[in-house]
Ligand binder design. Structure first.
Ligand code: ARG
Ligand code: ZN
Length: 890
C-alpha cells in the first residue's frame, strides 16, 4: 500500500492549506481510453502557514509534464501526491502547468471522470477531482474555473461544464470544442463536465427578482418524455427557495444531467447537477408515486445545495453535515410545503421519521456509530450516512423548533451575510442561528445544544407519570440518558425539545406545550387536572430520541383515536403493534401460525381503515406494521427469521380479520382517475395497493374461511389489475400483491412484466428488487437471487442493478438473508469481495449489511462474525471496505 492510503484522518488535525489556488484553466481532450488533461493554475503561498513544499493530491493519473512559470522543474511523487519543493520564494503568485492523462473507460469506481453509455461524466465529491488532475483536493481551497472541452463532434455533440458557455466551435478532424467559465469560486469537489449524445428539455423562467434563467434537463435520446416532472420540480425549487428563504438562482443557466451509472442519488456541481437517472426520469407508465416524490425531493435537494453547500461550503469533510443536514432539512420542508395541507405535511413527516428510525437509529447503535460531525475517518465516502444526512437534518429542525420559523429564517440570513463565498464549520452555522436570536433560550443553551454535533448515539428519554387524585396534580418526570458508542463511553445531557400534550380520558385535549429538557431529569407539574390524563409526548417527533413510557393499551387506543398530533396518533398505532410483536416473540415455543391478534387491536385498526375523514395516505401508514429492522432494534438478541415470521403472521391476521374492510378500502380507493401524483391520489393508490396485498394474503388461507367475501377471487383480480393498470403504481402494487402473497399467478405476472419493460432499465431494477426482496418461503429467496445474478440483464458494474439484486436481498430482506445455514452470509462476503475491486463505495455500503451482527442469536452471530472475518482477511481491501469490517469486528 502506498503512503497516505492507510491512515486515519482526525478532525482535530485540521490545518489551513499551505497554498491557495486562485484560478484554474483546464483543457480536456476527451477520449475514453486516454483523455488528456492540461491544468494551468495560478497559486500563491498562504502567508499564515509556515513555508513548506506544495503537495498536490493525485490518484491513478499518468503524469507527463510539470511547468512552473513556463519552466521545467524538479518534482517527486510521494504517496500518490505530486510534491514540488523548489517553488519561487515569497508571496508572489506563480503559474503551474500540469499535463496528465487518465483512462475514463477503465474507471469502474465512478469517481473522477468516467464513461457511461458512451458519454463522459464526472463525480468529484468528496475526493474524485484528484483522479482528474493533480490538485489541492480539499473543500477550503476555492478557485475560479475556466474549462475547455474538446471531443469528436459526432460522438460527443454536447459538451457541458460549470457556469456559462463563453465560446464554442469546430476543430480539425471532426472534433469540436466548448469553453465554459464559472463566475463563482468553488472547491474542486463541485467541478463537473459532461460530454455525449444527449438531448434536453428547456424552460425559461423569470425569478421573483425579475431575472431570466434557462433551466435544462439533459437525458439520453428517447428519455425526453420522462423529464417533465423533474423540470417541474426544478421550477418549484427555484420558486420555493426565493419565497421561503429569499435565496435566488445566481446563474443564467442551470443544468441537470441524468446518467444510469451513478454511485449515489445525485450531485450538486455548480450549475451542472449530475443525477442518477432514478431521480430524474419519470412517466406514469414507468415510475411509481414513490419515484415521483423522490424525484421532487432530490431535485430540490441538489438545487438547494446551490446556497447551502456551494455559496457557503464546508471547511473540511468533517463538516459534511453543515451542507447535508441543512440541505436535507430544506428538501424536507420543501416537500412539506408543496404537499400543502396539514394532513399531507404530517404524512411526509411520518415518512421521514420512519427512515430515521429504521436506518439511522441502528447505525447510531452499531459499530459505525459516529457524531453528526465525525471526529475521524479512514475513508470519507463511508461518512455519507443517515447520521450525517438525516440526523443532521433533525438537528437543524430542532434549531427551527427552538427559535421559531421566523427566528430560523433570520439565522439563515445572518449565516449568508457572514459566510457567503467561504468554507466554514458546523459551529459557524449554529452560531449564526443563535446570534440572529439574541436573548433567546437557544442562544443561552448553544454550547449544550452543540452536543448534538459532537456526541454519537440515540438519546433515550424516559417518562414517568404520577397523578394525585385528591389535589388534581399531574406530574411528568422526564429523564434522559445516552448509551456509549465507539470511542465515547460517557455522554453529557442533550438539549431536547419535547412537544407535550395532555388528553382527557374522553380524548379531548387539555393542554399542549413545548418543553425543553436540558437536565438529566426534570419533573413538570400540571395542577388542576380533573381525572388522570393521557400524555402525548414527543409530538411531531420533536427530537431524534427514543421515548420510553409505559403506556397502557387503553392510553394508546385513546391516542390513536383522538390525538390532535398526527405523528403521535400514528405512533400510538405503532406502539400497539410493537408491544404485540414483542409479546409474541417472547413466547418462543409458539409457532407463528398460532398467533392471534386481540380484538381491541383489530377493532382499532378497523376503525382507522373505516374512518370517514382520515386521509388514505395516513391510513396506509397506520396499517403498515413496524419494519422488521425496527422490531429487531427493540430486542436484546435478534432472530431475524422469528421477527419475520411474527410480523408476517400479524399481517396475515390483519388480512383475514379485516377482510371486508380491506375490500371496502380497495373499492373506494382503487379508481384515482387520470394520473396525477398529488398527495391525495398517491395516498389513495397506496391504500388500494395495501388492500389488494391483504386481500391476496387472505386468499391464501381462503379455502378454509371462504365466506361472503370470497377471498379466492382476489389473486385473479390482482392479476387483471396488473394487466390493465394505467400507471406503474397500480401495476406494480398489483404485481407485489401476487409476489408477497406467494400466489401462483406471480410467476406469469413477473414474466409479463419483464417482457413489457425489457427496454426500461429503471423498471427492470424494480423487477429484480421485488424478487430479491420477496418474503422467504422455506429458503427459496437465496437460490432465486443467485439465478437473478445469472440473468442476461444483470450487471454487477451498474450500481443501480447491483443494488436492486444484492442489496435488496442482503440489506432489505432480513428474513431471507439470515439463514441458519449461513449461506446468506457466504453470499454476502463473496459479493463484497467481488464488488470491492470494481467499486469500493458500493462494496462498502454492502459491507454494512452485517453492522448489527452482535445482536444476532447463535448460531447466526458466530456465522456472521466468520463471514466478516473472511472479508477482513483479504489483503488489498479498499480503505472503504476495510474501515467498515474493521469497525464491525472491533
Ligand atoms: N453531495 C451529494 C448529495 O448529497 C452526495 C455526493 C456523495 N458522493 C460520494 N461519492 N460520496 O447531494
Ligand atoms: Zn446533499
Amino acid at each position: 500500500m502506498r503512503d497516505g492510503q492507510n491512515s486515519v484522518i482526525y478532525r482535530a488535525d485540521y490545518q489551513a492549506p499551505a497554498y491557495w489556488i486562485d484560478t484554474v484553466d483546464l483543457c480536456f481532450d476527451l477520449d475514453p481510453a486516454k483523455t488528456r488533461v492540461l491544468n494551468k493554475m495560478k497559486l500563491r503561498r498562504n502567508a499564515d502557514v509556515a513555508p513548506q513544499p506544495l503537495r498536490l493530491d493525485g490518484e491513478e493519473l499518468n503524469l507527463s509534464r510539470v511547468l512552473v512559470n513556463g519552466q521545467g522543474t524538479s518534482f517527486k511523487i510521494d504517496g500518490g501526491q505530486l510534491v514540488l519543493e523548489n517553488l519561487p520564494e515569497g508571496d508572489q503568485p506563480f503559474e503551474l502547468e500540469i499535463f496528465t492523462t487518465c483512462a475514463p473507460v477503465k474507471n469502474t469506481k465512478l469517481m473522477g471522470l468516467y464513461v457511461s453509455n458512451d458519454s463522459f461524466f464526472t463525480q468529484c465529491e468528496a475526493e474524485g477531482f484528484r483522479r482528474i488532475t493533480y490538485f489541492l483536493d480539499r473543500p477550503d481551497v476555492m478557485a475560479s474555473y475556466t474549462v475547455t472541452l474538446r471531443a469528436d463532434k459526432a460522438r460527443y455533440p454536447v459538451l457541458l461544464s460549470n457556469g456559462n458557455l463563453v465560446d464554442q466551435g469546430k476543430l480539425d478532424d471532426g472534433r469540436h470544442f466548448a469553453r465554459w467559465v464559472d463566475p463563482f469560486r468553488k472547491p474542486s469537489y463541485l467541478f463537473a463536465l459532461v460530454a455525449g449524445q444527449l438531448v434536453c428539455r428547456e424552460q425559461r423562467i423569470t425569478s421573483r427578482a425579475g431575472k431570466e434563467h434557462l433551466l435544462q434537463v439533459y437525458v439520453r435520446p428517447g428519455d425526453l418524455d420522462k423529464t417533465e416532472h423533474a423540470m417541474n420540480a426544478l421550477m418549484d425549487s427555484v420558486a420555493w427557495d426565493e419565497a421561503r428563504f429569499g435565496l435566488s438562482l445566481d446563474l443564467e443557466r442551470f443544468m441537470i444531467v441524468a446518467t444510469s451509472d451513478f454511485n449515489m442519488g445525485a450531485m450538486e456541481n455548480k450549475g451542472l447537477n449530475i443525477f442518477n437517472t432514478k431521480y430524474v426520469l419519470a412517466s406514469q407508465a414507468t415510475a411509481t408515486d414513490t419515484d415521483f416524490s423522490n424525484i421532487e425531493s432530490v431535485v430540490g435537494h441538489e438545487y438547494f445545495h446551490n446556497w447551502t453547500g456551494n455559496r457557503v461550503t464546508c471547511r473540511d469533510w468533517f463538516q459534511l453535515s453543515l451542507k447535508e443536514g441543512l440541505t436535507v432539512f430544506r428538501d424536507q420542508e420543501f416537500s412539506q410545503d408543496l404537499a400543502g395541507e396539514a394532513s399531507a405535511r404530517a404524512v411526509k413527516r411520518i415518512e421521514d421519521v420512519r427512515v430515521l428510525r429504521t436506518a439511522q437509529f441502528p447505525e447510531d447503535a452499531g459499530p459505525m456509530a459516529h457524531p453528526v460531525r465525525p471526529d475521524q475517518y479512514l475513508e470519507i465516502n463511508n461518512f455519507y450516512t443517515v447520521t450525517v444526512y438525516e440526523k443532521g437534518a433533525e438537528v437543524v429542525r430542532m434549531m427551527q423548533t427552538l427559535v421559531g420559523r421566523e427566528g430560523f429564517a433570520r439565522g439563515m440570513t445572518l449565516y449568508f451575510e457572514r459566510h457567503d463565498g467561504h468554507a466554514v464549520t458546523c459551529d459557524d452555522f449554529a452560531q449564526a442561528i443563535a446570534d440572529a436570536n439574541p436573548g433567546s433560550q437557544f442562544e443561552q443553551l448553544l454550547p449544550q445544544f452543540k452536543r448534538w454535533y459532537s456526541q454519537a448515539g440515540t438519546p433515550r428519554v424516559t417518562a414517568v407519570t404520577q397523578y394525585d387524585e385528591p389535589t388534581g396534580e399531574y406530574r411528568l418526570t422526564l429523564s434522559q440518558s445516552c448509551p456509549p458508542t465507539p470511542g465515547q463511553e460517557h455522554k453529557e445531557p442533550f438539549v431536547i425539545p419535547i412537544g407535550l400534550g395532555l388528553l382527557a380520558a374522553d380524548g379531548s385535549e387539555l393542554t399542549s406545550r413545548m418543553h425543553v429538557l436540558t437536565q438529566a431529569s426534570e419533573t413538570l407539574t400540571f395542577p388542576g387536572i380533573d381525572g388522570e390524563p393521557v400524555p402525548s409526548i414527543l409530538r411531531g417527533f420533536s427530537a431524534p430520541v427514543i421515548l420510553e413510557h409505559a403506556y397502557t393499551d387503553a392510553q394508546l387506543l385513546t391516542l390513536l383515536a383522538h390525538d390532535t398530533d398526527p405523528f403521535n396518533r400514528w405512533e400510538a398505532g405503532q406502539r400497539l403493534a410493537v408491544n404485540r410483536a414483542l409479546a409474541f416473540m417472547g413466547q418462543q415455543a409458539m409457532p407463528a401460525s398460532d398467533i392471534r391478534l386481540d380484538q381491541p387491536y383489530i377493532e382499532a385498526m378497523r376503525s382507522i381503515l373505516r374512518h370517514p375523514t382520515l386521509d388514505s395516505a395516513f391510513k396506509e401508514l397506520v396499517l403498515t406494521l413496524p419494519a422488521e429492522t425496527y422490531l429487531g432494534e427493540q430486542l436484546q438478541e435478534v432472530d431475524p427469521q422469528r421477527v419475520h415470521a411474527v410480523r408476517e403472521a400479524m399481517r396475515q391476521q390483519l388480512a383475514q380479520q379485516l377482510q371486508a374492510d380491506w375490500q371496502c378500502a380497495f373499492e373506494t380507493n382503487s379508481d384515482t382517475g387520470g394520473y396525477v401524483p398529488d398527495p391525495v391520489s398517491c395516498g389513495r393508490r397506496a391504500l388500494a395497493g395495501m388492500a389488494l396485498t391483504h386481500l391476496c394474503l387472505a386468499a391464501r388461507s381462503g379455502a378454509h374461511s371462504a365466506g361472503p367475501g370470497q377471498p379466492d377471487v382476489w389473486p385473479g383480480k390482482a392479476y387483471q389489475r396488473f394487466k390493465d393498470a394505467a400507471n406503474m403504481t397500480d401495476r406494480f402494487n398489483a404485481l407485489s400483491a401476487l409476489v408477497i402473497s406467494g400466489n401462483e399467478l406471480a410467476a406469469p405476472a413477473l414474466q409479463k412484466f419483464h417482457a413489457l419493460f425489457k427496454d426500461e432499465p429503471l423498471v427492470l431494477d424494480k423487477w429484480f428488487a421485488l424478487q430479491a426482496g420477496q418474503p422467504d418461503r422455506g429458503g427459496n429467496v437465496l437460490p432465486a437471487v443467485k439465478q437473478l445474478m445469472n440473468h442476461p440483464d444483470f450487471n454487477i458494474r451498474n450500481p443501480n442493478r447491483a443494488r436492486s439484486v444484492i442489496f435488496s436481498y442482503c440489506s432489505a430482506n432480513p428474513g431471507a438473508f439470515h439463514r441458519p445455514d449461513a449461506a446468506g452470509y457466504v453470499f454476502w462476503s463473496e459479493r463484497v469481495l467481488e464488488l470491492d475491486p470494481i467499486n469500493p463505495q458500493v462494496a462498502a455500503r454492502l459491507a454494512r449489511a452485517l453492522d448489527r451482527w452482535k445482536k444476532l442469536v447463535e448460531p447466526l452471530r458466530s456465522a456472521a462474525r466468520e463471514a466478516i472475518a473472511r472479508v477482513a482477511a483479504k489483503p488489498d481491501l479498499s480503505n472503504d471496505v476495510r474501515e467498515v469490517v474493521t469497525r464491525a469486528l472491533a
